[in-house]
Design a binder for this molecule. Structure first.
Ligand code: PEP
Ligand code: MG
Length: 894
């Protein structure tokens, strides 16, 4: 029979696929000899078997029982023993940490019979009854799906009956009553009694963890984070230790460095006389971990030395959950800790300085997505009003939006296009859709390790939590602070770096990292973050093989892109040059009655195009500028059919001559297409409208000659769009070469093509005969490869496809490696086979997407081209693609 259950002493950090992150790290700590309560892990394989058959695999619980006996032996107690019960915690733990799944059930094994035994062991009957009512509540909610409110109603009623404000003030007698009330709720809601057999509790809890893999929240989170849906979760079963046995007990969360800034030191939260769930739930606000040095110096020093040991062992920031039971420290969890983007860069650079990792490893530990976060704007402090409140700065960023108090309303308002801030007393996994949809999250309770803070940091959302002066009334849809009432729909701004909350919209300005990329270099050593970014970018630039170009249509865009590190323009879409005031000239061109009129229209356009190109060549002096000949269907430059028809009809009804509108209408009707994206556009248009491409090529040639004459080094390249067959390209090429040859003082201008029609990819060997470079237009290649109209589908059925798991991510966002990517690979291989010096790049949106960049690196392209603001991200990811280690079980501990 398959082995599904692994004792902590059997596992290790290299088994994350099988044991999940939590289980593998518990095993690793056990192996290091740290004080971990005994326990075992049920593998992800068992969960996958459960998910595929709907039943727990045969023999699983026999294995569980064998391992449970080992735990009993080691802990010196028997599971559920009425005299002195061993109790268990049951926690989920997949390969990736994942809010939204069933998290933890504590005190499994406690029954009517064993409550007195627990009371005797603890010398605290109140605590025993409190544990029992928590178990019934938690078990009822998470295992049996009893609505939380059903228990909360009883709790509130008991508080009010006892005349107390908090649960902590309920007496032993109150709690005994509450247990009876909870059992009644359990019975009413489930139709059965709360299970009194410890093993039955355990088996049901394990099955519930398996099933929680597929809760809506968990599925949503995985989709958002691009985590595969078929991994399954492990289940960790561990002997309970108690943090709520009095003032010499407690529980906490610790970080070996500050997860917000990366600064070295001891960071975390501690809550005396509490269980772990109290910290994470954000129900009570904890004290800083340093206070533990005063409260319990011995445990504090032991903890600090364990933290040093763990950081040394994992060679990274670790976060830790621990419990102190009557002065004895227990480690409940560790992992390589989540961190803010700023901390990721800072810690990676620090670890290089400390000689712990090398620069390649440092580069592996930061991402383009984190860099993008660091480039977001910040609030303009000089324009900020007095803050309404100051909470805990839990996840950085500057967010403004309309305040909303309910997660599903936040999601629906955001879907309708509003920017919202989700405000709650505290958040729980049910709030996930609202947290994803919101610009920022604001809570009045909880610290840096509350649910709101952890989830927001993981998703890169701005978060301020524990703003305790806010009196949040979610039912009434408002919060009150110092006499000010803020209602749903009012605009607030929150600063996740300082914890400030402002009324109204606060203006933003560029972040220091964006300013650094804009060329404002700080003096070395003045700013830890900028120094770290600089070092890692420098290393990425040193190792990367891909060039990074920008998609830029104007001199200003090109100049900005160059400041951000672009090494050329990979796509200048010339169509924008035909809009605005120039539209009249285009109309003349389209409506031209004969060669002469057409020539006049083209002659008028020529100097305008030339001036555009001069600006681009100036901005990118010495670097390649890829000018794409006109791509969109010509009718896009004419007024819409419906509008024109109405104008002409109105004129005719009034007995007036429609004049030019009449001719325009006839032209628009003539050119009307059912599927313009599949119609007369790109090279087809250039071949059908005489003189159009020739004018553009002439403008390029003249602009380059003009720049060269002024001592500049223009490096234009001419790119033909939408080619499907080599004769199309050959015809354009022949004409272009003739025009280029006529221009004096011009360096050779390479002529290439976009590969954006599947047929072009499949005949790349032939096309390479007429092209000096290829640039994959992966927008069209995706559109035409899948048969999707990109303007239509993203808003229509894509959400369904994402929900159904047909896509993990939109193929317009991240390259579909096995389909469209295969076309890229075929065209690259066959193109290079035909012409070894063929330069190959990509200029579709995918050129700025991290996962796609790694793919293009692997395929062997020469460059990626992306919008200017993504250039730094692409540089970083191109470097990361070189040093990326193959993903192994131990290389990712996210
Ligand atoms: C493409 O198709 O990928 C491309 C860059 O061209 P456009 O988006 O302008 O069609
Ligand atoms: Mg295209």
């Amino acid at each position: 029979m398959r082995k599904y259950v692994f004792d902590f002493i059997e596992g290790g950090a290299d088994l994350t696929d099988l044991l999940g992150g939590k289980g593998a790290n518990l095993a690793e700590m056990t192996r290091l000899g740290l004080p971990v309560p005994p326990g075992f892990t049920i593998s992800t394989e068992a969960c996958r078997a459960y998910l595929s058959t709907g039943a727990v695999p045969a023999g699983l619980f026999d294995q569980v029982n064998v391992h449970l006996r080992l735990v009993e032996d080691r802990f010196g107690k028997v599971f559920g023993d009425p005299r002195d019960p061993l109790l268990l915690s049951v926690r989920s733990g997949g390969r990736f940490s994942m809010p939204g799944m069933m998290d933890t059930i504590l005190d499994i094994g406690l029954t009517d019979a064993s409550v007195p035994g627990l009371a005797a062991r603890c010398g605290d009957p109140r605590m025993a009854w409190d544990s029992y009512r928590r178990l019934i509540g938690m078990f009822g909610r998470t295992v049996c799906g009893v609505p939380a409110e059903a228990f909360e109603r009883e709790l509130a009623a008991h508080r009010s009956h006892a005349g107390v404000a908090t649960d902590a003030e309920l007496s032993e007698a109150d709690l005994r009553h509450l247990v009876q009330a909870y059992k009644k709720v359990f019975h009413e809601q489930t139709g059965r009694e709360f299970p009194q057999a410890p093993h039955e509790q355990l088996y049901q809890a394990v099955e519930a963890v398996f099933a929680s893999w597929n809760t809506e929240r968990a599925v949503l989170y995985r989709r958002q984070e691009r985590i595969p849906q078929d991994l399954g979760t492990a289940v960790n079963v561990m002997a309970m230790v108690f943090g709520n046995l009095g003032p010499d007990s407690g529980t906490g969360v610790a970080f070996t460095r500050d997860p917000a800034t990366g600064a070295r030191g001891v960071y975390g939260d501690y809550l005396a006389n509490a269980q772990g769930e109290d910290v994470v739930a954000g129900i009570r606000t904890p004290v800083p971990l340093e206070d533990l040095a005063r409260i319990d110096p011995r445990s504090f020093h032991e903890l600090v030395s364990i933290m040093e040991r763990l950081e040394h062992h994992y060679r990274d920031l670790c976060d830790i959950e621990f419990t102190i039971e009557r002065g004895k420290l227990w480690m409940l969890q560790t992992r390589v800790g989540k961190r803010t983007p700023a901390a990721a860069f800072t810690i990676a650079a620090q670890l290089v300085d400390e000689g712990v990792i090398d620069l390649d490893e440092a580069l592996r530990r930061v991402t383009g997505a984190q860099l993008a976060q660091l480039m977001f704007p910040r609030f303009d402090r000089t324009a900020a009003p007095e803050p309404l409140a100051v909470g805990v700065p839990a996840s950085p960023g500057a967010a403004s939006g309309r305040v909303v108090f309910d997660a599903s309303r936040a999601a629906s308002r955001a879907e309708a296009g509003e920017r919202v801030i989700l405000a709650r007393r505290e958040t729980n996994p049910d709030d996930l859709p609202g947290m994803i949809a919101a610009q920022g999250i604001l809570t009045s309770r909880g610290g840096k390790t509350s649910h709101a803070a952890v989830v927001a940091r993981g998703m890169g959302r701005t978060c301020v939590c524990g703003a305790e002066t806010l009196d949040v009334d979610t039912d009434a849809g408002r919060f009150t602070v110092a006499g000010t009432v803020v209602s749903e729909g009012d605009v607030v701004s929150i600063d996740g770096a300082t914890g400030e909350v402002f009324l109204g919209e606060v203006p933003v300005h560029a972040s220091p990292v964006a300013r650094y990329f804009g060329g404002e270099a700080p003096a070395a050593g003045t700013d830890l973050l900028l120094d770290s970014v600089h070092r890692l970018m420098t290393h990425a630039d040193r190792v990367r093989r891909l060039w990074v170009y920008a998609n830029a249509d104007t001199g200003a865009d090109a100049a900005r892109a160059r400041r951000l590190g672009a090494e050329g323009v990979g796509l200048c879409r010339t169509e924008h040059m035909f809009l605005g005031e120039r539209r009249a000239l285009v109309e003349r061109l389209i409506l031209a009655d004969g060669d002469e009129e057409r020539a006049a229209a083209l002659a008028a356009l020529l100097p305008l195009q030339r001036a555009d190109f001069v600006k681009l060549f100036e901005a990118m002096d010495g670097l390649p500028v890829t000018v794409r000949l006109l791509d969109p269907p010509l009718h896009e430059f004419l007024p819409p059919l419906a509008e024109l028809t109405a104008r002409v009809a109105r004129a005719e009804a009034l007995g007036q001559d429609p004049g030019r509108d009449g001719a325009l209408l006839a032209a628009v009707r003539r050119m009307h297409e059912q599927n313009p994206m599949l119609g007369l556009r790109g090279v087809r248009l250039g071949l059908v409208v005489p003189g159009l491409f020739a004018m553009q090529v002439r403008a390029v040639a003249q602009a380059a000659a003009d720049c060269a004459a002024r001592g500049l080094s223009p490096r234009p390249e001419i790119m033909v769009p939408l080619v499907a067959a080599v004769p199309e390209l050959a015809a354009v090429r022949a004409e272009a070469e003739r025009i280029l040859a006529e221009t004096d003082g011009l360096r050779r201008v390479p002529i290439g093509t976009m590969i954006e029609v599947p047929r072009a990819a499949l005949t790349a060997g032939e096309i390479a005969g007429a092209a000096e470079f290829f640039s994959f237009g992966t927008n069209d290649l995706t559109q035409l490869g899948w048969g999707f109209s990109r303007d239509d589908v993203e808003g229509s059925f894509f959400p369904h496809y994402l929900a159904m798991g047909i896509f993990g991510v939109s193929p317009f966002e991240s390259i579909d490696a096995s389909g469209v990517g295969r076309l890229v690979r075929i065209a690259t291989d066959e193109g290079r086979a035909a012409r070894p010096d063929l330069k190959i790049g990509v200029c579709g949106e995918h050129g700025g997407d991290p996962d796609s960049i790694h793919f293009f690196h692997t395929v062997g392209l020469d460059y990626v081209s992306c919008s200017p603001y993504r250039v730094p991200i692409a540089r970083l990811e191109a470097g990361r693609a070189v040093v990326a280690a193959p993903v192994t079980a131990s290389s990712d501990s996210r």
